[in-house]
Design a protein around this ligand. Structure first.
Ligand SMILES: Cc1ncc(COP(=O)(O)O)c(C=O)c1O
Length: 352
């Protein structure tokens, strides 16, 4: 048996997620530009100072940014800073914090999650009210925060109004609002709004700001928007192992993304490619989109033979089983997805 015979065939990962993409050339260039001279560590450098100004312009004068290494870390830091020791966070049952972070919020942050089943990944004021029954009951973890994901794990988007309604219900009972914005750029690009409109202006208190899925190499951040509801973030960041010593390199990536319109350009490109792909697949007999393509993921419901043909060539996730019994695939695009790649996948599906 030869070595190649023993190795599994590698599937094309181009549509598996948006974090399969490389790094935006602008960000690589920004990294090499800051790779000169010495700079003070732990955020005391001039690049981080510049980033702080950009974040205040984007999220309001009281906003503070804490650059971190990854999205799970951002969520763990943000939720700890929002909640007292006895607090719990209401989330969608489909939320990344609930399913895909190895229980890091619980294990490392000591944050209990209160998952709610949702139709399209989105929480509403009804979910908030349903959990409030536990407030003041000493035997229950206290629901003292809500965590939303924008855009959601189901590729849906909260409008600014929907976030504001959840925030209003939340704040009315003294709870705080966290928003997991690993893909907030895709959401803002889809809505045609600013990042501030779906965060600070809608009542979000603390944000996990995503960079990596949208062209950064490894850069996310916690943004404290309302310091009246969030405490001790810098200490929590340190003991949660999310404080970079050579922070200028994380900050430089975020500065390039959010100090220019790169965040919107990359996100728009990824969204447009997913819309194109979804529309082309939907023209194939037997294929329907299980929901509209709102951001950079499309969820086609496909006959099994088409699903098999796609999955024989590509690494894509079977997300669900439709009422018809057919699989629903999640196919994701990034800022790097080309028209040729889309055409190839559509051809594979059409030939099945
Ligand atoms: C919605 C959401 N939040 C957070 C994360 C966590 O990011 P990381 O893998 O960098 O920890 C992801 C990653 O897939 C995500 O999709």
């Amino acid at each position: 048996m030869t070595a190649t015979e023993t190795q599994p065939r590698l599937l094309d990962a181009s549509f598996a997620s948006d974090n399969v993409a490389g790094v935006s050339p602008e960000i690589l260039q920004a990294l090499s530009q800051v790779n000169v001279d010495a700079a003070l560590p732990y955020g005391a450098d001039p690049v981080t100072a510049q980033l702080r100004d950009v974040i205040k312009e984007t999220f309001g004068a009281r906003a503070e940014i804490l650059p971190v290494f990854n999205g799970t870390g951002a969520n763990v830091v943000a939720l700890q800073a929002l909640l007292p020791r006895w607090g719990a966070a209401i989330c969608s049952a489909q939320a990344h914090v609930n399913n895909d972070e190895g229980a890091a919020p619980e294990r490392l942050g000591g944050v209990k999650l209160l998952p709610r089943p949702t139709a399209a990944g989105k929480l509403t004021p009804v979910d908030v009210h349903a959990e409030l029954k536990a407030l003041g009951f000493v035997h229950a973890a206290q629901p003292l925060a809500v965590t939303l994901t924008q855009s959601t794990e189901l590729g849906t988007v909260y409008t600014a109004q929907e976030i504001a309604e959840v925030a209003e219900a939340t704040h009315a009972h003294g709870l705080g609002v966290h928003l997991d914005g690993a893909r907030i750029s895709n959401a803002a690009a889809a809505l045609g709004c600013s990042l501030g409109e779906i965060t600070a202006e809608a009542g979000v208190d603390v944000l996990s700001l995503g960079g990596t899925k949208n062209g950064a190499m490894a850069a996310e951040a916690v943004v404290v928007i309302n310091p009246d509801r969030v405490a001790g973030t810098d200490f929590i960041q340190k003991f949660s192992m999310q404080l970079a010593s050579k922070q200028r390199f994380v900050s430089a990536q975020l500065l390039e993304l959010f100090g220019t319109d790169l965040w919107r350009r990359n996100a728009t490109q990824a969204n447009d490619q997913a819309a194109k792909l979804g529309a082309a697949l939907a023209e194939i007999p037997g294929v329907t989109l299980s929901r509209p393509t709102e951001v950079n993921a499309t969820f086609p419901e496909v006959p099994t033979k088409i699903a098999d043909a796609i999955r024989d060539r590509y690494l894509v996730h079977v997300w669900d089983t439709a009422a018809s019994g057919n699989p629903v695939l999640r196919i994701m695009c990034s800022f790097q997805t080309t028209d040729a790649q889309i055409q190839e996948l559509v051809d594979v599906a059409r030939r099945a």
